[in-house]
Design a protein around this ligand. Structure first.
Ligand SMILES: [Zn+2]
Ligand SMILES: [Zn+2]
Ligand SMILES: [Zn+2]
Length: 298
């Protein structure tokens, strides 16, 4: 499995869009791995996890051909993970040559409803005049247009499901984030390698550990939320402390394969430090730190 981390920052990016704090200034000064766009990861070339507002720039910067993506897994509905508007460019007028296969968008009910609702507005703007639409299309019409013009279909899913997603088996975990939305973390299994993609989440409830144990597989790659590093408690994200507790829990429950690569992922300028500083904190624990453009082959 080849995992390309297209983006590794939290909602505002790092340095943040409108921030001049000392961390953002330091990140700007250091450059390189200290510069983070909004989080998204490409698995091989056909499965994308989250589609944020930096997708266009990421696909150029890391030479990611998104026409090959057959399935898009959404972790939740926050705008840094779901930027509906750019998906309109799947329409025929936005492309020149070549065919575009179908893509399925998987997400919890909130994400799928938000996606369809926002897409309704974009479709109105794009096709309304041509189709003489005077009223907003119904949900059924939106779904029909998504299929016809954008080669897209949606699938609402929930925690503790095992799904056939293209050539992958995907297991859904209930993330502790943005409640009551049922945010999702994913185990993505291509038959050889198991990736656990675990953002955005704070400390899982016991049921999630038990669910993971019930799958009877060990993780080969883990990318786990480390958004609010220095914040006491963490909440709907991991602090450095709760992240390391979760790492220890993975170890003590025997959920990691011997050669596992375990990454801290998804960083906020408000509470966590630039890349170089996080590496110094995590390295003694055998934990690596994601950065934009990181490619993991496992
Ligand atoms: Zn996020
Ligand atoms: Zn800042
Ligand atoms: Zn979030």
């Amino acid at each position: 499995m080849r995992i390309t981390f297209l983006g590794t920052g939290a909602a505002e990016a790092y340095p943040a869009l409108f921030c001049n704090c000392e961390r953002c200034q330091r990140a700007r000064r250091l450059g390189g791995r200290n510069l983070r766009s909004r989080s998204s990861a490409l698995v091989n070339d056909d499965l994308l996890v989250d589609f944020g507002p930096d997708a266009a720039a990421q696909s150029v910067r890391f030479n990611a051909d998104l026409t090959r993506v057959e399935n898009l897994l959404l972790t939740h509905s926050h705008m840094d993970h779901l930027f509906t508007y750019d998906l309109i460019h799947r329409k025929l007028d936005s492309r020149r040559d070549g065919t575009l296969g179908r893509m399925t968008v998987w997400g919890n009910t909130n994400s799928i409803e938000k996606f369809e609702e926002q897409m309704r507005d974009v479709l109105m703007e794009t096709f309304g005049e041509r189709k003489s639409l005077l009223v907003k299309p119904t949900r059924e019409e939106v779904i029909e247009e998504l299929g016809e013009y954008l080669h897209l279909q949606t699938m609402a899913i929930e925690p503790h499901q095992s799904l056939d997603v293209g050539r992958y088996k995907v297991h859904t975990i209930h993330a502790h984030h943005k409640e009551p939305e049922l945010c999702l973390n994913y185990v993505i299994d291509d038959g050889e390698t198991r990736l656990l993609y675990g953002t955005d989440t704070g400390t899982w409830h016991e049921a999630e550990w038990e669910y993971l144990e019930s799958l009877g597989v060990k993780m080969d790659v883990v990318a786990l939320d480390c958004t609010v590093g220095l914040k006491p408690g963490g909440g709907g994200h991991h602090s450095n402390e709760s992240f390391l507790e979760a790492h220890a829990e993975f170890v003590s429950r025997g959920l990691l394969s011997p050669g596992v690569r375990f990454f801290a992922h998804h960083f906020s300028h408000q509470w966590n430090l630039p890349y170089d500083d996080v590496v110094a904190i995590m390295a003694p624990h055998g934990v690596e730190v994601t950065y934009d453009g990181l490619v993991v082959e496992q």
